[in-house]
Design a protein around this ligand. Sequence first.
Ligand code: UDP
Ligand code: MG
Length: 322
Amino acid sequence: MSSQKVPVIGLIVPCKNEEPVLPETARTMKSKIDSLVARGMVNSASRIYFIDDGSTDGTWEIICQLAESDSCFQGVKLTRNFGHQFAVYAGLMHAEGDALISIDADLQDDINAIDEMVGCFLKGDEVVYGVRGDRHSDKKLKRWTAALHYWLSGRLGVRTVPHHADFRLLSRQAVTLLGQFRETNLYLRGVVPLLGLPSSQVHYARGPRMAGESKYGFADMFGLSVDGLTSFSILPLRVISLLGLFVFLVSMVFGVWALVAYIVGLTTPLDGWAPTGIPIYLLGGLQILSIGVVGEYIGKTYMEVKSRPTYLIEKTVSKASD
Ligand code: UDP
Ligand code: MG
């Protein structure tokens, strides 16, 4: 293979408050690039892009130090926190290279899977999905909610690759096509399969976080699962849905209690408040839940119609620009 044919790759690393892990991440990623360059798999012009997604700790200062000391590192600072999906998207739109690989800053994704990803790309795949085979390092709640999410996605007909998060390789063509998707409710795992380009999968075991805390709490996962975006103007609608669900469930519990009371002979079927009260609360809860779901879609439409920029870059840092 002539040196022109050796691809330039870019690693896209979204960072929100990753101060504790970033120096180690940078070292590990740099040595991965070096080893790929040494084996002639990627070009020495390959870069690692750190996207600072509104960090409030010393993340940006570390990124600046790295970028100023080694041209392999580049920094992009977003004006505020736009969320993981948009930090990745911003990085993809900004970075140069024949193939771009998005990977979390905490080294939970197996960096050695990159070798196989690049191998697939060199064989002609335009998209290579990193698929988590072993999730035992994730907390139980996270594994269960993930399983529920993939099950629901499947039921709703959303084409996603199960147990694939945002560790993936995209060719330049895939990135260009992805740039045509300008949705505010960006959910990359759903959008990338829609590109329809030749793809393959690389399986890996997901490890524990190297340091620092997860930025994805239960509420974040719920939000990502519903629409990939948190927005205060949609939040009240979601609260309405939850309220409906709560009322519905409480009335179910009372329903079961009334039934048991009847069976053991405490009440007769038409006794007291139960026969009228329970349906009122049950249906009332269901109605509120339904309005909430409709509201969710209206809220999404509202956000899309405004078509605000999905990310804003405040500044960038690289050795060459100094
Ligand atoms: N992240 C981000 N913006 C956010 C939240 C997270 O850029 O608003 C980054 C974070 O720094 C990390 C990646 O997204 O590199 C995944 O986040 P995390 O490890 O906290 O999520 P988990 O692995 O627990 O799902
Ligand atoms: Mg993580």
